[in-house]
Design a protein around this ligand. Structure first.
Ligand code: MIC
Length: 648
């Protein structure tokens, strides 16, 4: 059999299992990345399992999310992460350097390597011919401690790109096209591998845009070949010696095949409030807007900012429009300064923010109530911007800039200027003063005890689920509930990412105001259950969306299906995820229904099925346990930390 590139990457990292779709596999992890909003729990986990030194080739801690320093909380987290990186031997990228994904691509990504990160957009680095996968923080902590990553072998989805993009259509429109065709569940259980002659027309930054938003399709990873484009980028970054050609064997096959004719694409936009709500820009032209937001890991390249500068300099931005520029990195900000685009943007009335994730996760720049905000970011789940009833649309920089200029949604093909031809400068080299290397291994550990500020709380302990449960259902949810809806983002909530008791006060805040109180009321009676539809827990990898409800007494989630990362996060914190065997049974269970489960330990240990009984009814409902042997062990141990301690 001729292997495709994904199979080669997986095969070269296999520690257990085979590349047969559906098998449980264990993969060696070469590199890890953490950002601050999830990194604090990773470091607390490393502390809990008493790690001495990082076991990977490269592990990096970035500070890019919680940048607004309204009080001590966020800077205390930064300091804690700085100490922790020093203590455990991670690289440390300081606040202001920029977003983890483009920085990692520039400084550390290597064809043929595997990378996991405590951020769902870790898949962005698949643009470099590596296997890059987002996971929960606990899985990253385990990888840092030398454990492999455990997965179900995904199907490989070959996406062939043909021809070249028309003017005013760019990489964002390619990934929006995949979302338009397949929706937010289209990539679940799959790795997307891009191939075809159209690739030669896409720069490394274009590929980053596409690979990044594989997360929005629910895909496990996005893979691009390590071809001449990757070589040229690595050479210009001074890392040419780390390049290695990697591509699929000619004549290889894929589990699914798709063709995108780039020449036929047109500007696309995801309407509020899901990345899967994609329509053509032309079909929604004329809707008034109040904000155009440029930046994030979904459009991080020099070109993405410069094209905006070139467009907005040709007119005047109306005074009621806020054009927010969020440079993705210090390096890009420097390039924009040197090349003059920054001055153009400033002259055009743009608001310039610091390098980082910022408003992409609601850390500032929240839009006004019920107005349209056009963003080049990857996600627009309800309330994610920080404004409860927000109206966030996702589009390319071209569409955002043309719309900012007109004050309403505008198809950029209407612009009367020539399509700018942008020369992208070589990326800057890594500076040790900005990204600090790990302390030399021969130097004894300097920091014996990690110091931390008063907002950083110890990780709550998790315990094994009881053998028999009679619990009420507190929430009955629909399809595609995102982790942004379970545990909201935004500047009010994010500073509590290192404090589970505090952040638990915000669980389901935008979906159900009574949840926290009801959960607390049920704590003494043993906890509660949540019912959900398909793709429960899509989106962000934040393990807080599992750990905080668990802290409030969540014992079991029963859903039609789960998003990959959230499923594992539930297991990691001792919450039992069960799947409806018959989807129609969901309607038999309502809020406040009391359900019973018996012989749970035996079912977890030995069975793929368990029967649920309904209080005051004769009826039982069959539920599936779709668990690997390792997940069964973790659940029986009461979560990944007790499990890891047992393993020694
Ligand atoms: C996101 O885009 O939702 C984030 C911010 O990158 C998150 C991480 C987080 O919630 O901290 C992610 O996707 O994992």
């Amino acid at each position: 059999m001729k292997p495709n590139l994904t199979q080669k990457l997986i095969e070269s990292h296999l520690q257990n299992g085979s590349i047969k779709v559906g098998e449980n596999i264990a993969l060696k992890v070469d590199q890890t990345l953490c950002q601050d909003a999830t990194g604090t729990l990773v470091m607390l986990t490393l502390d809990a399992i008493k790690l001495n030194k990082v076991k990977t080739e490269i592990s990096v801690q970035y500070i890019d999310h919680n940048l607004i320093q309204e009080d001590h909380k966020n800077p205390d987290d930064h300091a804690f992460l700085n100490y922790s990186a020093e203590r455990f031997g991670l690289w440390f990228s300081r606040p202001g350097n920029g977003i983890s994904h483009p920085l990692h691509m520039q400084y550390f990504a290597r064809p043929g390597k595997s990378l996991i990160g405590s951020d769902s957009h870790t898949c962005a680095n698949g643009c470099m011919g590596m296997l890059a996968i987002g996971t929960g923080g606990a899985d990253v902590a385990m990888a840092i401690a030398g454990h492999p990553l455990h997965l179900v072998m995904p199907e490989i989805w070959g996406v062939e790109l043909r021809n070249d993009l028309p003017k005013w259509v760019s990489a964002k429109d390619i990934i929006l096209e995949l979302l338009r065709r397949h929706g937010v569940e289209g990539g679940v259980g799959r790795i997307i591998e891009y191939h075809g002659e159209g690739l030669k027309n896409l720069s490394i930054w274009d590929r980053h845009v596409i690979a990044n938003m594989g997360a929005e399709l629910g895909a496990t990873a996005s893979v691009f070949p390590a071809d001449d484009c990757v070589k040229a980028f690595m050479l210009s970054a001074g890392r040419g010696d780390e390049w290695l050609e990697l591509k699929a064997d000619p004549g290889c096959s894929y589990d699914h095949n798709e063709v995108i004719n780039l020449a036929e694409l047109e500007p696309l936009i995801a309407k509020p409030s899901s990345p899967g709500n994609v329509v053509t820009v032309a079909s929604v032209e004329g809707e008034s807007i109040q904000q155009a937001y440029i930046g994030s890991s979904a459009n991080p390249g020099f070109r993405d900012y410069t094209i905006v500068a070139e467009i907005v300099k040709t007119g005047e931005i109306p005074t009621d429009i806020s054009l927010d520029i969020n440079p993705s990195s210090r390096d890009i900000l420097k390039q924009l300064t040197v090349q003059g685009s920054l001055a153009q943007l400033i002259e055009s009335g743009a608001r310039i923010h610091q390098a980082g994730c910022n408003g992409c996760i609601g850390m500032g720049q929240a839009p006004a109530t019920a107005v349209n905000s056009l963003r080049t970011t990857p996600r627009n789940f309800p309330g994610r911007s920080g404004t409860a009833d927000d109206r966030v649309w996702l589009c390319s920089p071209e569409t955002a800039a043309a719309s900012a200029l007109n004050g309403k949604i505008t198809d950029p093909r209407r612009l009367t200027i020539n399509y700018p031809n942008i020369q992208v400068p070589a990326p800057g080299k890594r500076e040790d003063s900005l990204i600090r290397p790990p302390l030399n291994n021969t130097i004894p550990v300097l920091v014996e005890r990690v110091e931390h500020g008063p907002n950083i709380a110890p990780l709550p302990s998790t315990t094994a689920i009881a053998d028999s449960l009679q619990l009420p259902i507190l929430l009955h949810l629909g399809n595609d509930v995102s982790t942004d809806e379970i545990l909201p983002a935004g500047a009010e909530v994010l500073p509590f990412r290192s404090n589970i008791p505090k952040i638990s006060e915000f669980v389901f805040k935008n979906l159900n105001h009574n949840y926290v109180e009801s959960a607390k009321n049920n704590l003494q009676q043993g906890g509660h259950v949540i019912i959900a539809g398909q793709n429960y827990g899509q989106g962000s990898s934040r393990e807080h969306a599992a750990l905080a409800p668990a802290y409030l007494g969540l014992k079991v989630v029963i859903a039609a299906s789960f998003a990959r990362i959230h499923f594992q996060n539930l297991v990691n914190f001792g919450v039992l995820p069960l799947v409806f065997k018959r989807k129609t049974d969901k309607t038999k269970l309502g809020t406040n229904t009391k359900i019973g489960l018996d012989n749970i330990h035996n079912a977890i240990a030995n069975s793929d099925e368990i029967a649920l009984s309904i209080f005051d009814s004769e009826e039982t409902i069959p539920l599936e346990l779709r668990l690997s042997a390792r997940q069964r062990e973790i659940l029986l141990a009461g979560g990944i930390i007790p499990w890891a301690k047992k393993q020694g």
